[in-house]
Design a protein around this ligand. Structure first.
Ligand code: SF4
Ligand code: SF4
Length: 466
């Protein structure tokens, strides 16, 4: 393929021409050290991603993101609608982690762990190469008129793309509704799950379009994380970068033998551009389109090996390293991010750990104070709101800690389903002789299935007789 001219990189995106028309990219696959590492990491991540919804612990999936019913499970810990503040805190902790991570390592997540990159580069791109051949053969096929070969290859490729998109959409749906519900969609009569089937078709179409058509546009234009790079990174961030001190002035090897100009190590072969899935020239500096896939490192290393020069002309390095020669150092910005993240993470973990399986809050009966009974006892009416935070139905019991007090539950049904919130009405009895103040604090134990799961404090109101 002819070498791409990227000198006007500030004028337009690499995959858009001067008239604003999309330029279809045909990146080469070059198997180098980083590509092999990425292949293995991708295999592990793909396996975890695809198996995730099918792994159950104590009858429940270990991950569930049921936004429809506002039920979430993370590492087997359930989060119900009442826990949304915890999820928000967890999300905030994750965002700060990503910010800190990006400030240090740039967009490394995109190249190594993002499902979009993994599916695109390790699954769909490989199928494309397997069916249509090398990038130049793909280009030739696209440009040639429709004939039997083109119809056969394109049909096979797009059918496989559609099947894989369907598998991905099933996995995606399983994370939302759970694998059991997904199995029901697959096995029950079609009429019982029309909405589920429509969701599957929509997800499949979206994934197919993402991997067959949109491709690098997702990383360059759609993904908000990609667009944030400019504010998240600084000169200290370690990114995939071209060592301009070593590479420039660039030029073909032959040239250096015929001129007095002392050329750098870059032989201007363009291989780093040919392998780039977003079509950029990393020699123009760090760019928003770079997803840190490391393909250009492998490409340039292979060239350096051939011309017997040291590898690493393109490598992981910071701008400061290139301009001053100083290696990566931890800046006050990184320390601040790390400290903030550590605080948020500690608060999140502590809050989750201290959460009761049976959440209980006690309120005085609306508009009530106290009632004096004929037998000398005083009663207060209370409402207790309980929330079952487990996966099992619970039979609730409420008992006073002080045996001189009595509780009479007025509500009939004390069974609380998983995630359910229930209000239990009760009368609390206290003997007149035990009332020394207008407000007497008291404690009550809340049992779930016979086990004390929470203790709540109440304020008993009563008359004081000297
Ligand atoms: S510049 Fe290099 S690391 Fe960045 S996207 Fe292109 S090939 Fe990947
Ligand atoms: S692959 Fe290396 S030598 Fe070839 S153009 Fe890119 S930076 Fe220069």
């Amino acid at each position: 393929m002819a070498k791409k001219d990227t000198s006007d990189f500030r004028e337009h995106l690499a995959n858009v021409d001067r008239k604003g028309k999309r330029v279809w990219l045909y990146p080469k696959i070059l198997i180098g050290k980083f590509y092999k590492w990425r292949t293995w990491i991708s295999r592990v991540l793909l396996l975890l991603l695809m198996l995730g919804p099918w792994i159950h612990f104590q009858g429940q999936p270990i991950f569930l993101f049921n936004v429809l019913e506002r039920k979430f499970i993370l590492f087997s810990i359930p989060f119900w609608p009442q826990d949304l503040y915890l999820l928000a805190l967890g999300m905030l902790t994750l965002v700060v982690f990503i910010i800190a991570f990006t400030a240090i390592f740039g967009r490394v997540f995109c190249g190594w762990a993002c499902p979009q990159t993994i599916f695109m580069e390790m699954v769909f791109r490989r199928i494309e190469v397997w069916i249509e051949g090398s990038p130049s053969q793909q280009k030739k096929l696209d440009e040639q008129p429709w004939n039997a070969e083109k119809i056969r290859k394109k049909t096979l490729k797009h059918t496989l793309f559609w099947i894989i998109s369907f598998i991905i959409s099933n996995t995606f749906l399983a994370y939302i509704i759970g694998s059991d519900a997904l199995k029901s969609i697959a096995t029950d009569p079609v009429g019982k799950h029309v909405s589920g089937l429509i969701a599957l078709i929509i997800f499949t179409t979206v994934f197919y379009l993402v991997f067959a058509k949109l491709r690098e546009l997702v990383c360059i234009m759609i993904c908000p994380y990609g667009r944030l790079q400019g504010v998240l990174m600084d000169k200290q961030s370690v990114v995939v970068a071209y060592d301009f001190n070593r590479g420039e002035p660039r030029g073909k090897i032959q040239k250096s033998e015929t001129t007095d100009v002392k050329l750098g190590d870059c032989v201007d072969c363009g291989l780093c551009i040919d392998v780039c899935p977003t079509g950029i020239d990393i020699r123009n500096g760090t760019q928003l389109e770079c997803i840190h896939c490391t393909a250009c490192i492998d490409a340039c290393d292979s060239v350096m090996q051939k011309i017997h020069r040291p590898e690493g002309l393109i490598r992981y390095a910071s701008e400061t390293e290139f301009s001053t020669g100083k290696k990566f150092k931890i800046t006050s910005r990184i320390v601040a991010y790390a400290a903030l993240w550590a605080i948020l993470f500690s608060v999140f973990v502590t809050t989750v750990a201290m959460r009761h399986d049976l959440q209980a809050s006690l309120f005085r009966g609306k508009g009530s104070s106290y009632t004096q009974q004929a037998n000398g006892e005083v009663t207060n009416i209370f409402e207790m709101r309980v929330v079952n935070k487990t996966f099992h139905e619970m039979k609730v019991e409420i008992l006073p800690e002080d045996k001189t007090q009595r509780i009479k539950v007025l509500s009939d049904d004390l069974s609380v389903k998983p995630g359910e919130q229930k209000t239990i009405l009760m009368l609390v009895f206290m003997s007149q002789k035990d009332i020394k103040r207008n407000i007497t604090p008291f404690m009550m134990n809340v049992k779930g299935n016979g086990e004390v799961l929470n203790t709540v404090k109440g304020k008993f109101m009563g008359p004081v007789f000297e």
